[in-house]
Design a protein around this ligand. Sequence first.
Ligand code: ADP
Ligand code: MG
Ligand code: ZN
Length: 477
Amino acid sequence: MGYETVIGLEVHVELNTATKIFCSCSTAFGAKPNTQICPVCAGLPGALPVLNGKVLEYAIKTGLALDCEIAEVTAFDRKNYFYPDNPQNYQISQLYRPICTKGRMTIDTKEGQRTVGIHDIHMEEDAGKLVHDKGLSCVDLNRSGVPLLEIVTEADMRSGEEAVAFLEKLRSRIRYLGVSDCKIQEGSMRADVNLSVRPAGSGVYGTRTEMKNLSSYTAVREAVAYESERQIKLIEAGGSVIRETRRFDEKKKESISMRGKEGAEDYRYFPDPDLRSIYISAEHIEEIRNSLPEFAEERTARFIRDYCLSEKEASLLCREREMAELFERTVSLGAEAKSAANWFMGETLRLLAVRERDAGDIRFSAENLYKLIKLIKDGVINNTVAKEVFERMFDEDTDPEAYVEQKGLRQSSDEDEIRKLCLKAVNENPEAVEDYFGGKDRALGFLVGCVMKAGKGKVEPKTVRAVFGQLLEDMKE
Ligand code: ADP
Ligand code: MG
Ligand code: ZN
Protein backbone atom coordinates (compact mmCIF):
# COMPACT_ATOMS: atom_id res chain seq x y z
CA MET A 1 0.00 0.00 0.00
CA GLY A 2 1.22 3.52 -0.76
CA TYR A 3 1.63 6.03 2.05
CA GLU A 4 1.52 9.79 2.12
CA THR A 5 3.70 11.86 4.44
CA VAL A 6 2.05 14.84 6.15
CA ILE A 7 4.21 17.64 7.53
CA GLY A 8 3.57 20.79 9.55
CA LEU A 9 6.38 23.12 10.62
CA GLU A 10 6.96 25.31 13.65
CA VAL A 11 9.65 27.82 12.76
CA HIS A 12 11.44 30.04 15.28
CA VAL A 13 12.96 33.21 13.94
CA GLU A 14 15.14 35.48 16.05
CA LEU A 15 14.33 39.14 15.42
CA ASN A 16 17.22 41.53 14.90
CA THR A 17 16.03 44.35 17.15
CA ALA A 18 18.75 46.25 19.02
CA THR A 19 17.16 45.58 22.40
CA LYS A 20 15.28 42.69 24.03
CA ILE A 21 11.53 42.11 23.87
CA PHE A 22 10.57 43.32 27.37
CA CYS A 23 13.54 45.39 28.57
CA SER A 24 16.20 47.67 27.12
CA CYS A 25 19.15 45.25 27.39
CA SER A 26 21.23 44.85 24.24
CA THR A 27 20.77 41.78 22.03
CA ALA A 28 24.30 42.04 20.56
CA PHE A 29 25.91 38.67 20.04
CA GLY A 30 29.16 37.48 21.59
CA ALA A 31 29.27 39.59 24.79
CA LYS A 32 30.70 38.15 28.02
CA PRO A 33 28.17 35.95 29.87
CA ASN A 34 25.60 37.84 31.95
CA THR A 35 26.75 41.31 30.92
CA GLN A 36 23.54 42.11 29.04
CA ILE A 37 20.95 41.46 31.70
CA CYS A 38 18.70 43.38 34.06
CA PRO A 39 16.08 42.47 36.68
CA VAL A 40 13.45 41.94 33.94
CA CYS A 41 15.32 39.44 31.74
CA ALA A 42 16.99 37.84 34.75
CA GLY A 43 13.53 37.12 36.12
CA LEU A 44 13.89 38.90 39.47
CA PRO A 45 10.63 39.06 41.40
CA GLY A 46 8.76 42.31 41.05
CA ALA A 47 10.44 43.44 37.83
CA LEU A 48 7.91 44.47 35.22
CA PRO A 49 8.18 43.78 31.48
CA VAL A 50 7.38 46.47 28.89
CA LEU A 51 6.86 45.44 25.25
CA ASN A 52 9.44 46.66 22.71
CA GLY A 53 7.40 48.41 19.99
CA LYS A 54 9.79 47.22 17.28
CA VAL A 55 8.94 43.60 18.04
CA LEU A 56 5.27 44.31 17.48
CA GLU A 57 6.02 46.13 14.24
CA TYR A 58 8.25 43.27 12.98
CA ALA A 59 5.61 40.69 13.87
CA ILE A 60 2.94 42.61 11.96
CA LYS A 61 5.29 42.99 8.98
CA THR A 62 5.95 39.27 8.92
CA GLY A 63 2.24 38.53 9.21
CA LEU A 64 1.41 40.80 6.27
CA ALA A 65 4.17 39.19 4.20
CA LEU A 66 2.48 35.84 4.85
CA ASP A 67 -1.03 37.06 4.07
CA CYS A 68 -2.21 36.76 7.67
CA GLU A 69 -5.03 38.45 9.48
CA ILE A 70 -3.63 40.81 12.07
CA ALA A 71 -5.38 40.71 15.42
CA GLU A 72 -7.23 43.81 16.59
CA VAL A 73 -6.34 42.83 20.13
CA THR A 74 -3.33 40.74 20.98
CA ALA A 75 -2.02 39.63 24.38
CA PHE A 76 0.74 37.65 26.04
CA ASP A 77 0.46 34.42 28.00
CA ARG A 78 2.75 32.62 30.40
CA LYS A 79 3.96 29.18 29.37
CA ASN A 80 5.04 27.55 32.61
CA TYR A 81 7.92 25.12 32.77
CA PHE A 82 10.97 24.58 34.94
CA TYR A 83 14.43 24.54 33.49
CA PRO A 84 17.64 26.20 34.67
CA ASP A 85 17.92 28.41 31.56
CA ASN A 86 14.46 29.87 32.25
CA PRO A 87 14.84 32.29 35.18
CA GLN A 88 11.15 33.20 35.60
CA ASN A 89 10.00 29.59 35.47
CA TYR A 90 7.71 30.67 32.68
CA GLN A 91 8.26 31.89 29.16
CA ILE A 92 6.26 34.88 28.00
CA SER A 93 4.60 33.74 24.78
CA GLN A 94 1.22 33.93 23.07
CA LEU A 95 -1.43 31.24 22.97
CA TYR A 96 -4.93 32.70 23.23
CA ARG A 97 -4.57 35.88 21.20
CA PRO A 98 -1.62 35.58 18.85
CA ILE A 99 -0.71 38.61 16.78
CA CYS A 100 -1.27 36.93 13.37
CA THR A 101 -3.53 34.10 12.19
CA LYS A 102 -4.92 32.49 9.03
CA GLY A 103 -2.12 33.24 6.59
CA ARG A 104 -0.74 31.42 3.57
CA MET A 105 2.23 31.20 1.29
CA THR A 106 2.52 29.32 -2.00
CA ILE A 107 5.55 27.22 -2.83
CA ASP A 108 6.70 25.62 -6.06
CA THR A 109 6.68 21.83 -6.02
CA LYS A 110 7.23 19.11 -8.61
CA GLU A 111 3.46 18.90 -9.07
CA GLY A 112 3.06 22.66 -9.46
CA GLN A 113 2.19 25.28 -6.89
CA ARG A 114 1.01 24.36 -3.42
CA THR A 115 -0.43 26.68 -0.81
CA VAL A 116 0.79 26.19 2.73
CA GLY A 117 -1.51 27.61 5.37
CA ILE A 118 -0.08 29.62 8.26
CA HIS A 119 -1.95 28.69 11.42
CA ASP A 120 -0.56 31.56 13.46
CA ILE A 121 2.48 33.68 14.24
CA HIS A 122 3.24 34.56 17.81
CA MET A 123 5.77 36.67 19.68
CA GLU A 124 7.81 35.20 22.50
CA GLU A 125 11.06 35.56 24.41
CA ASP A 126 14.13 33.36 24.06
CA ALA A 127 15.54 31.52 27.08
CA GLY A 128 19.07 31.77 28.47
CA LYS A 129 21.83 29.34 27.67
CA LEU A 130 23.45 26.60 29.71
CA VAL A 131 27.21 26.33 29.38
CA HIS A 132 28.72 23.05 30.53
CA ASP A 133 32.38 23.27 31.38
CA LYS A 134 34.84 21.32 33.61
CA GLY A 135 32.10 19.50 35.45
CA LEU A 136 30.19 22.72 36.10
CA SER A 137 26.98 23.88 34.50
CA CYS A 138 26.69 27.65 34.27
CA VAL A 139 23.82 29.84 33.14
CA ASP A 140 24.30 32.74 30.72
CA LEU A 141 21.21 34.98 30.55
CA ASN A 142 22.39 37.26 27.73
CA ARG A 143 19.97 35.47 25.34
CA SER A 144 17.12 35.55 27.86
CA GLY A 145 14.52 37.95 26.50
CA VAL A 146 15.80 38.11 22.93
CA PRO A 147 12.68 38.43 20.76
CA LEU A 148 11.47 35.48 18.71
CA LEU A 149 8.63 34.91 16.30
CA GLU A 150 7.17 31.44 16.10
CA ILE A 151 5.52 30.71 12.78
CA VAL A 152 3.22 27.68 12.85
CA THR A 153 2.07 26.20 9.55
CA GLU A 154 -0.90 23.99 8.83
CA ALA A 155 -0.03 20.35 8.07
CA ASP A 156 0.08 21.14 4.34
CA MET A 157 3.45 19.80 3.18
CA ARG A 158 3.88 16.32 1.76
CA SER A 159 7.63 15.75 1.43
CA GLY A 160 11.02 16.88 2.69
CA GLU A 161 11.46 18.81 -0.55
CA GLU A 162 8.28 20.76 0.10
CA ALA A 163 9.28 21.48 3.69
CA VAL A 164 12.61 22.83 2.47
CA ALA A 165 10.95 24.84 -0.31
CA PHE A 166 8.73 26.41 2.35
CA LEU A 167 11.66 27.21 4.63
CA GLU A 168 13.68 28.70 1.77
CA LYS A 169 10.87 30.96 0.69
CA LEU A 170 10.06 31.94 4.27
CA ARG A 171 13.69 32.80 4.85
CA SER A 172 13.81 34.88 1.68
CA ARG A 173 10.69 36.83 2.67
CA ILE A 174 11.89 37.49 6.19
CA ARG A 175 15.30 38.60 4.97
CA TYR A 176 13.65 40.91 2.42
CA LEU A 177 11.68 42.39 5.31
CA GLY A 178 14.96 42.89 7.16
CA VAL A 179 13.53 41.69 10.48
CA SER A 180 15.93 38.76 10.92
CA ASP A 181 19.02 37.44 9.22
CA CYS A 182 17.61 33.89 9.43
CA LYS A 183 20.93 32.11 9.68
CA ILE A 184 19.96 28.50 10.03
CA GLN A 185 23.48 27.39 10.94
CA GLU A 186 23.82 30.00 13.65
CA GLY A 187 20.42 29.29 15.06
CA SER A 188 18.60 32.52 14.23
CA MET A 189 16.12 30.33 12.30
CA ARG A 190 15.17 26.90 13.67
CA ALA A 191 12.57 24.46 12.49
CA ASP A 192 10.58 21.83 14.34
CA VAL A 193 9.14 19.19 12.01
CA ASN A 194 5.78 17.59 12.86
CA LEU A 195 5.23 14.49 10.79
CA SER A 196 2.67 11.75 10.33
CA VAL A 197 1.93 9.22 7.60
CA ARG A 198 -1.36 7.90 6.27
CA PRO A 199 -2.53 5.56 3.52
CA ALA A 200 -2.54 7.44 0.21
CA GLY A 201 -6.00 8.84 -0.42
CA SER A 202 -7.06 8.80 3.22
CA GLY A 203 -8.87 11.90 4.44
CA VAL A 204 -7.76 11.74 8.08
CA TYR A 205 -4.39 12.50 9.58
CA GLY A 206 -2.33 9.87 11.35
CA THR A 207 -0.64 10.33 14.73
CA ARG A 208 2.32 12.68 14.50
CA THR A 209 5.70 12.98 16.10
CA GLU A 210 7.67 16.19 16.48
CA MET A 211 11.41 16.57 15.78
CA LYS A 212 12.86 19.69 17.34
CA ASN A 213 15.50 22.23 16.34
CA LEU A 214 16.69 21.02 12.97
CA SER A 215 19.60 23.20 12.01
CA SER A 216 19.99 22.82 8.24
CA TYR A 217 17.92 22.09 5.15
CA THR A 218 19.81 18.82 4.74
CA ALA A 219 18.83 17.85 8.28
CA VAL A 220 15.18 18.62 7.48
CA ARG A 221 15.28 16.44 4.34
CA GLU A 222 17.01 13.60 6.13
CA ALA A 223 14.81 13.82 9.19
CA VAL A 224 11.68 13.63 7.03
CA ALA A 225 13.04 10.66 5.06
CA TYR A 226 14.03 8.76 8.20
CA GLU A 227 10.93 9.48 10.21
CA SER A 228 8.47 8.70 7.37
CA GLU A 229 10.10 5.36 6.83
CA ARG A 230 10.18 4.58 10.54
CA GLN A 231 6.47 5.30 10.91
CA ILE A 232 5.50 3.33 7.78
CA LYS A 233 7.50 0.30 8.91
CA LEU A 234 5.95 0.51 12.35
CA ILE A 235 2.43 0.59 10.93
CA GLU A 236 3.13 -2.16 8.39
CA ALA A 237 4.37 -4.35 11.23
CA GLY A 238 1.04 -3.90 12.98
CA GLY A 239 2.24 -1.30 15.50
CA SER A 240 1.11 2.27 15.96
CA VAL A 241 2.86 5.61 16.13
CA ILE A 242 3.09 7.22 19.57
CA ARG A 243 2.60 10.97 19.89
CA GLU A 244 6.00 12.07 21.14
CA THR A 245 8.89 14.48 20.79
CA ARG A 246 11.94 13.00 19.08
CA ARG A 247 15.45 14.24 18.61
CA PHE A 248 16.99 13.87 15.17
CA ASP A 249 20.64 12.86 15.41
CA GLU A 250 22.24 14.64 12.45
CA LYS A 251 25.31 12.38 12.48
CA LYS A 252 23.57 9.01 12.76
CA LYS A 253 20.70 10.29 10.62
CA GLU A 254 18.05 8.77 12.84
CA SER A 255 15.45 10.07 15.27
CA ILE A 256 15.40 9.04 18.91
CA SER A 257 12.53 9.28 21.33
CA MET A 258 13.04 12.12 23.85
CA ARG A 259 9.81 12.39 25.78
CA GLY A 260 6.09 12.02 25.46
CA LYS A 261 4.58 15.01 23.70
CA GLU A 262 3.40 17.64 26.12
CA GLY A 263 0.10 19.26 25.26
CA ALA A 264 -0.82 22.89 25.91
CA GLU A 265 -2.45 21.79 29.18
CA ASP A 266 0.93 20.62 30.53
CA TYR A 267 2.18 24.20 30.40
CA ARG A 268 -0.72 25.66 32.35
CA TYR A 269 -0.85 28.67 30.06
CA PHE A 270 -2.57 31.74 31.45
CA PRO A 271 -2.67 35.40 30.41
CA ASP A 272 0.33 37.33 31.73
CA PRO A 273 -1.07 39.78 34.28
CA ASP A 274 2.02 42.02 34.01
CA LEU A 275 1.42 42.91 30.36
CA ARG A 276 -1.58 44.74 29.03
CA SER A 277 -3.51 43.71 25.94
CA ILE A 278 -2.45 45.59 22.83
CA TYR A 279 -4.96 47.24 20.52
CA ILE A 280 -3.83 47.58 16.93
CA SER A 281 -5.49 50.15 14.74
CA ALA A 282 -6.31 49.60 11.08
CA GLU A 283 -4.27 52.71 10.24
CA HIS A 284 -1.21 51.29 11.92
CA ILE A 285 -1.56 48.07 9.93
CA GLU A 286 -1.97 49.99 6.66
CA GLU A 287 1.07 52.09 7.44
CA ILE A 288 3.14 48.94 7.87
CA ARG A 289 1.60 47.34 4.77
CA ASN A 290 2.71 50.35 2.73
CA SER A 291 6.26 49.88 3.92
CA LEU A 292 6.55 46.29 2.67
CA PRO A 293 9.35 45.76 0.17
CA GLU A 294 9.10 44.26 -3.30
CA PHE A 295 9.62 40.52 -2.62
CA ALA A 296 11.65 38.04 -4.62
CA GLU A 297 8.82 36.93 -6.93
CA GLU A 298 7.76 40.39 -8.06
CA ARG A 299 11.36 41.44 -8.34
CA THR A 300 12.14 38.38 -10.46
CA ALA A 301 9.37 39.29 -12.87
CA ARG A 302 10.67 42.85 -13.06
CA PHE A 303 14.25 41.70 -13.68
CA ILE A 304 13.11 39.45 -16.54
CA ARG A 305 11.26 42.40 -18.05
CA ASP A 306 13.76 45.20 -17.43
CA TYR A 307 17.09 43.42 -17.85
CA CYS A 308 16.21 40.71 -20.37
CA LEU A 309 17.36 37.98 -17.99
CA SER A 310 16.10 34.42 -18.15
CA GLU A 311 13.67 33.21 -15.50
CA LYS A 312 16.40 31.12 -13.94
CA GLU A 313 18.92 33.97 -13.81
CA ALA A 314 16.44 36.46 -12.41
CA SER A 315 15.10 34.15 -9.73
CA LEU A 316 18.59 33.18 -8.60
CA LEU A 317 19.59 36.85 -8.35
CA CYS A 318 16.45 37.81 -6.47
CA ARG A 319 16.56 35.00 -3.97
CA GLU A 320 18.69 37.25 -1.78
CA ARG A 321 17.80 40.88 -1.35
CA GLU A 322 21.43 41.93 -0.95
CA MET A 323 22.39 40.30 -4.22
CA ALA A 324 19.45 41.74 -6.16
CA GLU A 325 20.21 45.24 -4.89
CA LEU A 326 23.92 45.04 -5.57
CA PHE A 327 23.14 43.81 -9.08
CA GLU A 328 20.82 46.73 -9.76
CA ARG A 329 23.35 49.25 -8.47
CA THR A 330 26.08 47.73 -10.64
CA VAL A 331 23.86 47.99 -13.71
CA SER A 332 22.87 51.54 -12.87
CA LEU A 333 26.56 52.48 -12.91
CA GLY A 334 26.70 51.36 -16.54
CA ALA A 335 27.55 47.65 -16.46
CA GLU A 336 25.84 45.38 -18.93
CA ALA A 337 23.10 43.42 -17.12
CA LYS A 338 24.18 40.05 -18.48
CA SER A 339 27.80 40.46 -17.41
CA ALA A 340 26.82 41.70 -13.97
CA ALA A 341 24.35 38.83 -13.53
CA ASN A 342 27.02 36.30 -14.48
CA TRP A 343 29.34 37.47 -11.72
CA PHE A 344 26.63 36.88 -9.15
CA MET A 345 25.44 33.54 -10.44
CA GLY A 346 28.89 32.17 -11.05
CA GLU A 347 31.70 33.34 -8.82
CA THR A 348 29.65 35.04 -6.09
CA LEU A 349 27.53 31.96 -5.39
CA ARG A 350 30.56 29.70 -5.68
CA LEU A 351 32.62 31.73 -3.21
CA LEU A 352 29.71 32.14 -0.79
CA ALA A 353 29.44 28.34 -0.72
CA VAL A 354 33.19 27.81 -0.35
CA ARG A 355 33.52 30.40 2.41
CA GLU A 356 30.29 29.17 4.05
CA ARG A 357 28.79 32.64 4.09
CA ASP A 358 25.49 34.00 2.96
CA ALA A 359 24.46 36.93 0.86
CA GLY A 360 24.21 39.19 3.92
CA ASP A 361 27.98 38.89 4.27
CA ILE A 362 28.79 40.11 0.75
CA ARG A 363 31.39 42.84 1.13
CA PHE A 364 32.25 44.05 -2.35
CA SER A 365 30.69 47.25 -3.63
CA ALA A 366 28.79 47.85 -6.85
CA GLU A 367 31.48 50.38 -7.80
CA ASN A 368 34.20 47.76 -7.67
CA LEU A 369 32.23 45.14 -9.55
CA TYR A 370 31.50 47.73 -12.22
CA LYS A 371 35.23 48.54 -12.47
CA LEU A 372 36.06 44.85 -12.87
CA ILE A 373 33.50 44.37 -15.62
CA LYS A 374 34.90 47.42 -17.39
CA LEU A 375 38.48 46.09 -17.18
CA ILE A 376 37.37 42.96 -19.02
CA LYS A 377 35.30 44.83 -21.55
CA ASP A 378 38.21 47.16 -22.36
CA GLY A 379 40.47 44.16 -22.86
CA VAL A 380 42.76 45.15 -19.99
CA ILE A 381 42.45 41.73 -18.35
CA ASN A 382 41.00 38.44 -19.56
CA ASN A 383 38.48 36.21 -17.81
CA THR A 384 41.04 34.02 -16.09
CA VAL A 385 42.75 36.96 -14.44
CA ALA A 386 39.38 38.57 -13.74
CA LYS A 387 38.40 35.57 -11.62
CA GLU A 388 41.54 35.97 -9.55
CA VAL A 389 40.87 39.70 -9.11
CA PHE A 390 37.24 38.99 -8.25
CA GLU A 391 38.24 36.62 -5.49
CA ARG A 392 40.34 39.36 -3.87
CA MET A 393 37.52 41.79 -4.30
CA PHE A 394 35.07 39.28 -2.82
CA ASP A 395 37.18 38.82 0.30
CA GLU A 396 38.39 42.36 0.85
CA ASP A 397 36.46 44.67 -1.46
CA THR A 398 39.76 45.43 -3.15
CA ASP A 399 39.70 48.08 -5.89
CA PRO A 400 40.22 45.96 -9.04
CA GLU A 401 41.92 48.75 -11.02
CA ALA A 402 44.49 49.38 -8.35
CA TYR A 403 45.02 45.66 -7.83
CA VAL A 404 45.60 44.95 -11.53
CA GLU A 405 48.21 47.73 -11.71
CA GLN A 406 49.88 46.77 -8.49
CA LYS A 407 50.21 43.08 -9.46
CA GLY A 408 51.03 43.81 -13.11
CA LEU A 409 48.07 41.79 -14.36
CA ARG A 410 47.37 43.73 -17.54
CA GLN A 411 47.20 41.26 -20.38
CA SER A 412 49.86 41.53 -22.95
CA SER A 413 48.90 42.01 -26.55
CA ASP A 414 52.58 42.34 -27.34
CA GLU A 415 52.80 40.10 -30.39
CA ASP A 416 56.56 39.53 -30.21
CA GLU A 417 56.24 38.20 -26.73
CA ILE A 418 53.34 35.96 -27.71
CA ARG A 419 55.18 34.81 -30.83
CA LYS A 420 58.07 33.65 -28.68
CA LEU A 421 55.75 31.67 -26.43
CA CYS A 422 54.02 30.15 -29.48
CA LEU A 423 57.33 29.08 -31.03
CA LYS A 424 58.32 27.50 -27.77
CA ALA A 425 55.03 25.56 -27.64
CA VAL A 426 55.51 24.39 -31.25
CA ASN A 427 59.05 23.20 -30.54
CA GLU A 428 58.09 21.40 -27.38
CA ASN A 429 55.04 19.68 -28.83
CA PRO A 430 55.90 18.27 -32.28
CA GLU A 431 53.11 15.64 -32.03
CA ALA A 432 50.49 18.30 -31.55
CA VAL A 433 51.77 20.13 -34.61
CA GLU A 434 51.64 16.91 -36.60
CA ASP A 435 48.10 16.24 -35.42
CA TYR A 436 47.13 19.73 -36.46
CA PHE A 437 48.49 19.24 -39.95
CA GLY A 438 46.76 15.86 -39.98
CA GLY A 439 43.47 17.77 -39.66
CA LYS A 440 42.89 17.50 -35.92
CA ASP A 441 41.64 20.96 -34.93
CA ARG A 442 41.71 20.06 -31.28
CA ALA A 443 45.49 20.12 -31.42
CA LEU A 444 45.36 23.88 -31.92
CA GLY A 445 43.34 24.25 -28.77
CA PHE A 446 46.00 22.30 -26.93
CA LEU A 447 48.79 24.56 -28.23
CA VAL A 448 46.82 27.70 -27.33
CA GLY A 449 46.34 26.24 -23.85
CA CYS A 450 50.12 25.77 -23.49
CA VAL A 451 50.73 29.41 -24.31
CA MET A 452 47.98 30.63 -22.00
CA LYS A 453 49.58 28.63 -19.22
CA ALA A 454 53.08 29.86 -19.98
CA GLY A 455 51.75 33.43 -20.11
CA LYS A 456 50.14 32.90 -16.68
CA GLY A 457 46.76 33.87 -18.08
CA LYS A 458 47.93 37.33 -19.02
CA VAL A 459 47.97 36.74 -22.74
CA GLU A 460 44.82 37.25 -24.69
CA PRO A 461 43.54 34.00 -26.27
CA LYS A 462 42.33 35.83 -29.38
CA THR A 463 45.82 37.12 -30.14
CA VAL A 464 47.36 33.74 -29.38
CA ARG A 465 45.08 32.05 -31.88
CA ALA A 466 45.88 34.63 -34.52
CA VAL A 467 49.63 34.29 -33.99
CA PHE A 468 49.41 30.50 -34.15
CA GLY A 469 47.36 30.67 -37.33
CA GLN A 470 50.09 32.69 -38.97
CA LEU A 471 52.90 30.58 -37.53
CA LEU A 472 51.48 27.21 -38.57
CA GLU A 473 50.58 28.58 -42.00
CA ASP A 474 54.23 29.63 -42.40
CA MET A 475 55.42 26.19 -41.31
CA LYS A 476 53.29 24.48 -43.93
CA GLU A 477 55.18 26.15 -46.74
P1 ADP B 1 0.81 21.53 19.57
O1 ADP B 1 0.10 22.69 20.19
O2 ADP B 1 0.61 20.27 20.27
O3 ADP B 1 2.25 21.82 19.26
P2 ADP B 1 -0.36 22.28 17.12
O4 ADP B 1 -1.81 22.06 16.84
O5 ADP B 1 0.09 23.66 17.51
O6 ADP B 1 0.09 21.26 18.19
O7 ADP B 1 0.42 21.82 15.84
C1 ADP B 1 1.76 21.90 15.79
C2 ADP B 1 2.21 21.60 14.39
O8 ADP B 1 1.93 20.26 14.04
C3 ADP B 1 1.53 22.43 13.31
O9 ADP B 1 2.51 22.84 12.39
C4 ADP B 1 0.57 21.47 12.67
O10 ADP B 1 0.39 21.76 11.30
C5 ADP B 1 1.30 20.16 12.80
N1 ADP B 1 0.41 18.99 12.80
C6 ADP B 1 -0.74 18.85 13.48
N2 ADP B 1 -1.25 17.62 13.27
C7 ADP B 1 -0.41 16.97 12.42
C8 ADP B 1 -0.40 15.67 11.82
N3 ADP B 1 -1.34 14.77 12.06
N4 ADP B 1 0.64 15.37 11.01
C9 ADP B 1 1.61 16.25 10.78
N5 ADP B 1 1.64 17.49 11.30
C10 ADP B 1 0.65 17.85 12.13
MG1 MG C 1 2.93 24.04 19.13
ZN1 ZN D 1 17.12 43.01 30.50
